[in-house]
Design a protein around this ligand. Structure first.
Ligand code: GDP
Ligand code: FO1
Ligand code: CA
Length: 318
C-alpha cells in the first residue's frame, strides 16, 4: 500500500513511527512523508530544519524523546562557547551532534543542492525507512505578528516566537513568508497523486500542516487525489497534549478541540481536506459536517499504540 503522510515535527515523527510499523505488517508498502519546512531558519550561519530533523532523528532511533527535538546524548560545548562570545541568538541552543547535521546541510545547500536532495543525502545515514520530502525546496518561513512591550507591532520568526517568548506575547497572526512563490519539492505532487491513502499526522494544524498546504498546488493536488484523506487529531479532550497548538489555535480563532481542528481542515466534499477524521475516545461523538468521524485511543505512547492508531485511521477508509 502506498501511504503518503503530511507531517510536522515531533507529532509527525511519532506518528510516522506507527505508520512505518503498521506498513511492515502489510504485504507491500511504501511510505512517503511530506514534511513542513516553515520552522526552518539560519542561526550562526547554519541552516536548521527542525521538523525534518525531528522526523529523521526519530525514525533513525537517535532522537531525544523527552526533550522532543534534537539527538539523544547531546553535549552543548559549541553553544556554550557561542554564548561566551555573546553571539546572537543566545536564546537558541544547538547541540554538538546536531551541529554536524546543520554543517552538512548548509555546505550542501551552499554548493547548490536543493533541500530535497540534501535531505535524501542525510537520510542515507539514518535509514528512516520512510521517504522524507520537504514540502518545498524554496524559502518558506512562518513569521508571527506580535506586540512586544515597548517595541510595538512587528513580525518575528516562528523560532523567536516559540523558543524565546514561549508564545507568551500578544500574537495577532501567522504569516507564511515566501509561500506565494514556493513550488512543491520534486516528488511531492507525485506522492499525493500516486498514494492509495493520504494521512494527516496529528501535527500542529496551524504551524506544521497549514504551511505545507500554503505551497501553491499542494491543496489542489490533495483535492484532486484519488486516494482518501484521513486526518488524526492532535487535540485530545481539548488539550494539545504537548507543544503550542493551543496558543496557535487561539490566535486564528479556532477552538482547541478535535471538532475545532476537524472543522478547520473541513470536508473534502466541501473544498476542504478530509474524508475521515480520527479522534480520541474521550472525544467520541463529535461531528464534522461532511466528514466520517471515528474514535480510538490516540495517545502515541509507544510504537505499538501508534501503529494501532494508524490501523484505525486506515479502517476509516473502508
Ligand atoms: P512540532 O513541529 O515539533 O511542534 O510537532 P508537530 O506539529 O508534528 O506535532 C505537534 C502536535 O502533536 C502537538 O500540538 C500535539 O497536538 C500532537 N501530539 C503530540 N503527542 C501526541 C499524542 O500522543 N497523541 C496525539 N493524538 N497527538 C499528539
Ligand atoms: N526548542 C527549544 O525550546 N529551545 C531550543 O533552544 C531549540 C533549539 C533547536 C535546535 C534545533 C532544532 O532542530 C530544534 C530546536 N528546538 C528548540 C525545537 C524547535 O524550536 C521547535 O520545537 C520546533 O520548530 C517546533 O516544531
Ligand atoms: Ca513544527
Amino acid at each position: 500500500m502506498r501511504i503518503t503522510v503530511l507531517a510536522g515535527g515531533i507529532g509527525g515523527a511519532r506518528f510516522l513511527q506507527g505508520v512505518r510499523a503498521h506498513a511492515r505488517t502489510l504485504p507491500e508498502s511504501d511510505v512517503t512523508a511530506v514534511v513542513n519546512v516553515a520552522d526552518d531558519t539560519r542561526m550562526h550561519g547554519l541552516r536548521i530544519s527542525p521538523d525534518l530533523d525531528s522526523v529523521m532523528y526519530t525514525l533513525g532511533g537517535a532522537h531525544d524523546a523527552e526533550r522532543g527535538w534534537g539527538q539523544a546524548g547531546e553535549t552543548w560545548t559549541v553553544s556554550g562557547e557561542l554564548k561566551a562570545y555573546g553571539a546572537e541568538p543566545t536564546w537558541f541552543g544547538l547541540g554538538d551532534k546536531d551541529i554536524a547535521t546543520h554543517l552538512v546541510r548548509t555546505t550542501m545547500l551552499d554548493a547548490g543542492y536543493p533541500l530535497s536532495q540534501v535531505t535524501e543525502a542525510l537520510c542515507t545515514r539514518w535509514n528512516p525507512g520512510v521517504r522524507l520530502i520537504p514540502a518545498t525546496d524554496d524559502r518558506l518561513e512562518t513569521h508571527v505578528v506580535v506586540d512586544l512591550p515597548g517595541e510595538g507591532r512587528r513580525a518575528i520568526h516562528f523560532q523567536e516566537w516559540w523558543v524565546r517568548h514561549r508564545g507568551n506575547v500578544p500574537t495577532s497572526r501567522f504569516v507564511f513568508v515566501g509561500a506565494d512563490a514556493a513550488k512543491p519539492a520534486p516528488g511531492v505532487l507525485d506522492a499525493i497523486a500516486a498514494a492509495e491513502v493520504i494521512l494527516i499526522a496529528p501535527s500542529n494544524p496551524v504551524v506544521s500542516i497549514a504551511p505545507i498546504l500554503a505551497v501553491p498546488g499542494l491543496r489542489d493536488a490533495l483535492l484532486a487525489a484519488p486516494a482518501p484523506i484521513v486526518g488524526v487529531s492532535g487535540i485530545i479532550g481539548g488539550s494539545p497534549v504537548r507543544g503550542m497548538a493551543d496558543k496557535c489555535l487561539a490566535t486564528i480563532g479556532v477552538e482547541c478541540t478535535a471538532a475545532g481542528v476537524g472543522g478547520l481542515y473541513g470536508a473534502r466534499s466541501d473544498g476542504g481536506l478530509l474524508d475521515g477524521w480520527l479522534v480520541d475516545t474521550t472525544d467520541d461523538g463529535i461531528t464534522v459536517p461532511g466528514v466520517r468521524v471515528a474514535s480510538a485511543p490516540l495517545w502515541m505512547t509507544d510504537e505499538d499504540a501508534t501503529a494501532a492508531i494508524v490501523a484505525a485511521a486506515l479502517a476509516l477508509t473502508e
